[in-house]
Design a protein around this ligand. Structure first.
Ligand SMILES: *Cc1c(COP(=O)(O)O)cnc(C)c1O
Length: 395
């Protein structure tokens, strides 16, 4: 059996998204910047997509900028607010320890350029506290950027409350909503969000297309220089097929959100219940504030990488840590931010399921994971020490 359980890494393109983009890959290939009628079909599709996305998140079409993905949107939002802040002598940026690397590495770069960065703790439950944000802001804070839902453990942050606080303090607030968009309701007005990033391939659009929402009045600086596309804020001929697909996929996900959630939750709960029976295992992140499909667990005495390879041999695609860091031997920065010891964080598994998964597939995972964990423990010197008492169990 083949089971794709890595939907937080990327998703399949839905039939709706594929059908929507197909004309723009075949017959309607005009450049939206060209003046003849033929190209105006592409221009119209682009602007319809902008309106669709804007309507879904409670924004105006002129506040939507299409990018090459979530990473570019994060970069542009953060660098823009840092530059604007610096012009006013504000060089302090606030974020959290468990952001995506698109955020963390951008902040690191700005730190080298003289900005001061405060990274907040996320507590053991994987949730940032408003009090911590309140305590960290200063008169020279130029930006608060806190992700909507974490990509590794699925925890949801108190975005509305943080947004309300930042709005009152007149501090721009950005959220990386890549793992939330299409999976839970988002309204930038109700949630007091000034800037927001999305990525199409996390909700069944193709890879290489994303969205930056920037509220009117939030000045943007270009990451990509060139033509005057996207109202001069993002040069380069627009990815019309990708953008059309993104809008169609987002609309489809939002229209079916309730049904999808109702389908995913029992699968996720079964995974938690059954895999939680494995001795010396631990569920990571609060289940109270959680996106529907993400399951993150640690199993003591094993290496996450070995687990993944054996799961792969049984047809199961999963992840440990984020896809971008696999290949490095450091444990996930997200799990370390929760305060997990290195030894425990090493034995992590992320299963992220979606509406295309079936209960039969979940049953396959539930059968295979305990077998593989037992096998790895049987050949692990660390596990032997844990079992004979020369090393103490941590979970
Ligand atoms: C995937 C992801 C990104 C990066 O999006 P791309 O479109 O792949 O560049 C950023 N943030 C989070 C939380 C993600 O999960």
């Amino acid at each position: 059996m083949f089971v794709y359980a890595d939907n937080a890494a990327t998703t399949c393109v839905s039939k709706t998204a594929l059908d929507a983009m197909m004309p723009y890959l075949t017959t309607q290939y005009g450049n939206p910047s060209s003046l003849y009628a033929f190209a105006q079909n592409a221009k119209e599709a682009l602007e319809n997509a902008r309106k669709t996305v804007a309507d879904i998140i409670g924004a105006q079409p002129k506040e939507i900028y299409f990018t090459s993905g979530g990473s570019e949107a994060d970069n542009q939002a953060i660098v823009s607010m840092a530059k604007v802040g610096a012009l006013k002598g504000k060089k302090h940026l606030i974020s959290t320890k468990f952001e995506h690397h698109a955020v963390l590495h951008t902040l690191k770069k700005l730190e080298k350029e003289g900005f001061e960065v405060t990274l907040l703790d996320v507590h053991e439950d994987g949730v940032v506290r408003l009090e911590d944000v309140e305590a960290a802001v200063r008169d020279d804070t130029a930006l608060v950027t806190i992700m909507f839902a974490n990509n590794e453990i699925g925890t949801i942050q108190p975005i509305k409350e943080i947004g309300e606080f930042c709005r009152a303090r007149k501090i721009p607030f950005h959220t990386d909503a890549v793992q939330a968009a299409g999976h839970m309701p988002i309204n930038v007005q109700e949630m007091n969000i000034d800037l927001l990033s999305m990525s199409g391939h996390k909700f069944h659009a193709p890879k290489g297309v994303g969205v930056l929402y920037a509220k009117t009045g939030m000045p943007l600086f270009n990451i990509i220089e060139g033509g005057a596309q996207e109202r001069g804020k993002r040069a380069g001929t627009e990815n019309v097929p990708g953008i059309v697909a993104l809008a169609a996929a987002l609309k489809e996900s939002v229209d079916n959100m309730e049904a999808n959630t109702a389908k995913i939750i029992p699968m996720r709960d079964k995974l938690f219940a059954e895999l939680g029976k494995i001795p010396h295992s631990k569920i990571n992140g609060s289940l109270e504030h959680h996106v529907p499909g993400t399951v993150n667990m640690c199993f003591e005495g094993i290496e996450g990488e070995s687990l993944l390879l054996l799961l792969d041999s049984k047809g199961i695609c999963a992840s440990s840590g984020s896809a971008c860091t696999s290949g490095s031997l450091d444990p996930s920065h997200v799990l370390l931010a929760l305060g997990l010891p290195h030894e425990v964080a090493h034995g992590s598994l992320r299963l992220s399921i979606g509406e295309y998964n079936t209960m039969e597939q979940i049953d396959h995972i539930i059968k295979v994971v305990p077998e593989v964990v037992s096998y790895l423990r049987s050949i692990s010197p660390v596990w032997e020490e844990l079992e004979n008492g020369t090393r103490k169990h941590l979970i």
